[in-house]
Design a binder for this molecule. Sequence first.
Ligand code: SF4
Ligand code: SF4
Length: 323
Amino acid sequence: MLIQIIRRTIQITGIIFIIVVPFVSLYGVLVENYRLAMVDGEGWQRFFDKIDTLVRYFGEDTAKVARSVKGSLFWSVTIKDFNISDPLTFVGSLFGSLGFYSKLFISILPLVVITVLLGRVYCGWICPMNLMFELNGKIRNILRKVGVDTFNVSFARLNKYMMLIAGAVLTLVLGVQVFSFIYPPILFNRELIHLIYFGSVGVGGVVLVMIFLFEISISQRAWCRYFCPGGALWSLMGAKRLVQVTIDREICDDCGKCNLACEFGLDPMRGKMGMECDNCGKCISKCKPDALKYSLVLPWQKGGVRMERDEKKEDEKLKTVSN
Ligand code: SF4
Ligand code: SF4
């Protein structure tokens, strides 16, 4: 349970951040142009007063503070002089320009290192879309309860790796960052900025709505499971992660709750998670103590099953009981 509280807190903090930052930038623009006092509406005046108080907390030169965070948190962001970017940005830039930008490469390293060590945790713990796509499952449950049928079609997981390759090839051919048009975290971030600045959403909003409707009616968690090029990249980078969910088959009583909890359709009960697992820990939270847990698995060790069940011992136990 604690794992899920921490995970939700991180996800929600990310979402609050991407809502607050565009407002702070807008505030900065207003301050620089001496238009803060001219904002229409009492409600908006009060709102920008609150932002003013928040910004002053970080320094008296409010315009400078507002300028210190630039970009999109879920694509490439600069906080003071520190840059952090999504590795998919680098892939796009590499294929789009056929150039190696060392600054961009350095900016993806924090997330690359985290992923190599902890696996696809960006998906399970950071991506704002994960939280929203998980809500789709709840909507599906409500629809089922009121008698509306939903489908759950499976697709090949390979599709998302094909999307990654196809996106890279298209970026090479067109010279445009194709990923930025289909990658949900950046779509969401960009549309939110658009909404805050211009009061409208663009075509990215339509793409997101289509994904939501598809997941609700046709295939649960389809995007992350089968189609996300970012998900494919995170999976590849975290294939040999050091921290993995493992199962102790001696303790497991085959109740199957973990498999039901896994929205990625993996098989934690038999230790078959592979590189798709995002270490979200939902299976651990549903499991009895210690059967499933996070373990350190070194690259030369086999992951998945921590302790195999001793079938012989179990047979003997059953025989004794039946005698
Ligand atoms: S698969 Fe894509 S959309 Fe899903 S959580 Fe990962 S990065 Fe976000
Ligand atoms: S196996 Fe467990 S930790 Fe991995 S994705 Fe499924 S629920 Fe999350």
